[in-house]
Design a protein around this ligand. Structure first.
Ligand code: ADP
Ligand code: XUL
Length: 534
């Protein structure tokens, strides 16, 4: 579709694990431009694999902070060479991989304020960091700090009730505690700690920018209901932390204007507004337009993820995360992650069907909903939800006895049903009550799988073929924040999205099959508990 050159544009950036992407949209939500920089391929001197460095302990995972800085100049320069009209951009927002942290050295605020447009950012910010390698979400080296946090805050459930999640290794508060314990001099030198999201926005604004309440909830430091830092959570992390974090703001807040560096270098307007950046999962929620409680997305990709908006969160020590909602300052979002997603379905396809998705779907067609009472847990990778670390396949027949094998086609049905019953159970445990489901990711193209999903939840399933939901969501949020600012009041996100095209419905629940799953759920709970107990 043509883009009117007189129309303003809204830019969304996504600094993810492997790349920095940009999507620009107009006020009618049409995409005007897309661009990306791949860290491994385009910035080879940082020598990353998949955008990261793995530590020799097998647990530590970091990314060179300066690589994210270099990527920003490279992305903007590419857009400029492609003829992108920066002068039409009235607002920028963005998405960052969640949990990653950036430690800025004393004096870095001055450095940001004085960016010289004749020099690249990577030269200007080369000395700005007190910790050169940013811990990221793949890191799992902070087990000690997690235990200390839960001990100090009164246990795992108390930590979840306060911050939205029990202590997780990748959550930023535990990473900060590790830096304080293992590199006290670097912590002492640190003037500001940003998330990846608030760091990219700080570079654009040329000043420290606040963390938003959606991404801020991924730190184990924020009071999830008050949406401010929790003093007890700060106290068990590191001294004088509050002054290093800045404030928490609502996600639609205008946090600054573009720094003259970008006006001079790329032709942005000096009036271009920066809207608070947020995490990639919150931005995906915006990209999929899940603004109503009960709107749920289930991503069936390499791993499976379930997330959605809700008004009555129930933080749990056993599963999932509660974050602030990125498009509703009073709302929440919930998220449950699985490691055993598509790769596990592929494993079953290859070993218990003929190795094709057609064969897999034939097996589903040969077996009835509820699988004649057969239930299976297929743990190919150590699982997050529920926590089952030891790989293995666990099969139970209709009498509840553990068995070594199932009959024809039953493994295929058991893997899919087991995965979706688990989502229904664990999502329900933290307050997710789907009224409609938006399926995304590779396996959402499979109608036989989607049918089971619809029946297990008793809800219609729609599909969204949006490849980059996080960067698109960031662009939507730029538009949303700008509209709120223009109105000098909060504008519902649904008003801003009113003209977006409807998603395609691909399954309506068969309520008789749904009853079968509802009756099966208590048995699934029992078998899952037995497997967790080993
Ligand atoms: P990522 O999470 O890495 O972005 P995708 O969302 O692209 O991945 O999902 C990739 C997965 O989709 C593959 O691993 C594959 O198992 C699965 N997939 C692709 N087509 C089908 C299909 N027809 N049926 C079931 N699964 C499929
Ligand atoms: C969410 C998480 C990942 C990262 C990936 O808790 O750790 O999804 O956000 O970028």
């Amino acid at each position: 579709m043509m883009n009117d050159p007189a129309q303003p544009l809204f830019l969304g950036l996504d600094s993810s694990t492997q790349s920095l992407k940009a999507v620009a949209i107009d006020a009618d939500l049409r995409i005007a431009h897309e661009e990306s920089v791949n860290f491994d391929a385009d910035l080879p001197d940082f020598d990353t694999q998949g955008g990261v460095h793995h530590g020799s302990d097998g647990l530590t995972v970091t990314s060179p902070t300066l690589m994210w800085v270099a990527a920003l100049d490279q992305l903007l320069a590419r857009m400029q060479s492609a003829g992108f009209e920066f002068s039409r951009v009235v607002a920028i927002s963005g998405s960052g991989q969640q949990h990653g942290s950036v430690f800025l050295r004393r004096g870095a605020r001055q450095t940001l304020a004085r960016l010289d447009p004749d020099k690249p950012l990577r030269v200007l910010l080369a000395e700005a960091f007190s910790v050169a390698d940013s811990p990221i979400w793949m890191d799992s080296s902070t087990g000690t700090q997690c235990a200390q946090r839960e001990e100090a805050l009164g246990g795992a459930q108390a930590t979840a009730d306060l911050t939205g999640s029990r202590a997780y290794e990748r959550f930023t508060g535990n990473q900060i505690a590790k830096v304080y314990e293992t590199q006290p001099a670097a912590y002492e030198e640190t003037e500001r700690i940003c998330l990846v999201s608030s760091f990219i926005s700080s570079m654009l604004a040329g000043d420290y920018v606040s963390i938003d309440a959606a991404d801020g909830a991924g730190m184990n430091l924020m009071d999830i209901r008050g949406r401010t830092w929790s003093q007890p959570a700060l106290d068990c992390t590191a001294p004088d932390l509050r002054s290093r974090l800045g404030a928490v703001v609502a996600s639609h807040t205008v946090v600054g204007a573009i720094h003259p560096y970008y006006v001079n270098r790329y032709g942005l307007l000096p009036t271009c507004k920066i809207i608070a950046f947020s995490g990639d999962n919150p931005c995906s929620l915006a990209g999929l337009r899940l603004q109503h409680s009960g709107d749920i997305a289930i991503s069936l990709g390499t791993s499976d993820t379930m997330f959605g908006s809700l008004t009555d969160p129930q933080p749990s020590a056993s599963e999932g995360h509660i974050f602030g909602n990125p498009v509703d300052p009073e709302g929440y979002m919930a998220m449950v992650c699985y490691k055993n997603g598509s790769l596990t379905r592929e494993h079953v396809r290859d070993h218990f069907a003929d190795g094709t998705w057609d064969g897999f779907n034939n097996a589903l067609a040969r077996t009835p909903p509820g699988n004649n009472g057969a239930i299976g847990l297929y743990i190919k990778e150590p699982e997050i939800t529920p926590p089952i670390l030891k790989p293995g396949i666990h099969r139970f027949d209709s009498s509840g006895s553990a068995v070594d094998a199932f009959g024809d086609g039953a493994d295929v049905r058991a893997v899919v049903e087991g995965q979706f019953l688990s989502m229904r159970l664990h999502g329900g445990n933290i307050g997710i009550q789907p009224e409609s489901i938006l399926a995304t990711g590779g396996a959402s193209a499979n109608e036989a799988i989607v049918r089971v999903l619809s029946d297990v939840f008793g809800a219609p399933v729609y599909t969204a073929e949006i490849p980059d939901t996080a960067s698109l969501g960031a662009a939507y949020r730029a538009l949303h924040g700008w509209r709120c600012q223009q109105a000098a009041a909060f504008v519902p996100f649904s008003d801003v999205m009113a003209d977006a095209p409807a998603f395609r419905k691909c399954a309506d629940a068969d309520m008789a099959a749904h009853e079968v799953y509802t009756a099966l759920l208590p048995r699934y709970v029992e078998h899952e508990a037995a497997v967790i107990a080993g």
